[in-house]
Design a binder for this molecule. Structure first.
Ligand code: KIV
Length: 272
């Protein structure tokens, strides 16, 4: 492996490990479509995640629970066609990996056939056997602990996890167990910044935070939140870098006014 990564180097698991070792922050974003994925690659994003947040930000569901394996295969194929440099990870939807190892291997394997380079599954120590089985089948696994959205009903809402001493210890133990089982990275969602720091120091694999503080080895956001496409209010951990809702609404309104007034199309947009 080369000592340094240039923007054109394809990101692999080895690149991510090297970035952790060199304390170079890993940049991750979700994507669900071709054009966005191309733009994220042009911007130099290291990991593109086809998140099951797809269900909430693109499919109009109230949670990620209704998302299916077919939904994820379909969007993984689209994103893979737009991807070039970034490491491509696909989220496994609810009930596609929890029931049994053979189930998990079959469903996760479909994501690799669709173009993903790794899969992400939610859960800690209870997922150790599944992580081992997936690795055994040649499938790289990213863990996801803390506030895991597929367990929203268990948590009684999208609430910060790990504030209580016992919860803190459990999440730390989950991270260590996932590393031992062979996960190549872990997403830490909505936990105190101190816990994010402690886990990031305790494990050798990269931690990717979302609402887990600045000490994580990398950060991830839902791209629609970052672009200001989702409806406020957003969780505290979201930083909006653009107001695309405003831009899109204004463009559609200007077009509406122009068509109604006869201003569009003019001769420059017509054929002789
Ligand atoms: O589905 C998703 O977008 C995710 C990220 C928020 C980590 O799991």
């Amino acid at each position: 492996m080369k000592g340094r990564t240039s923007p054109s180097d394809k990101v692999t698991i080895l690149t991510l490990q090297e970035m952790k070792r060199r304390r170079k922050k890993i940049v991750a974003l979700t994507s669900y479509d071709f054009n966005t994925t191309r733009l994220l690659n042009e911007a130099g994003v290291d990991i593109v995640l086809v998140g099951d947040s797809l269900g909430m930000v693109k499919l109009g569901y109230a949670s990620t629970l209704p998302v299916t394996v077919e939904d994820m295969v379909y969007h993984t194929k689209i994103v893979a066609r737009g991807n070039s440099r970034a490491f491509l990870v696909t989220d496994m939807p609810y009930l596609s990996y929890q029931a049994s190892a053979p189930d998990a291997i079959r469903n996760c394997g479909r994501m690799l056939k669709a173009g993903a380079e790794a899969v992400k599954i939610e859960g800690g120590r209870e997922m150790v056997a599944i992580v081992r089985a997936l690795r055994g089948a040649g499938i790289p696994v990213m863990g996801h602990i803390g506030m895991t959205p597929q367990s929203v009903h268990l948590f009684g809402g999208y609430k910060v996890q790990g504030r209580k001493r016992a919860q803190w210890a459990k999440i730390l133990a989950d991270a260590k167990a996932l590393e031992k089982a062979g996960a190549f990275a872990i997403v830490l969602e909505c936990i105190p910044a101190g816990l994010g720091r402690q886990i990031s120091r305790a494990v050798k694999i990269p931690t990717i935070g979302i609402g887990a503080g600045p000490a994580c080895d990398g950060q991830i956001l839902v791209v629609d939140d970052l672009l200001g496409l989702t409806t406020p209010p957003s969780p505290r951990f979201v930083k909006r870098y653009a107001d695309l809702r405003g831009v899109m609404r204004r463009a559609a309104r200007d077009y509406t006014l122009d068509v109604r007034s006869g201003k569009f199309p003019d001769l420059s947009h017509s054929y002789s």
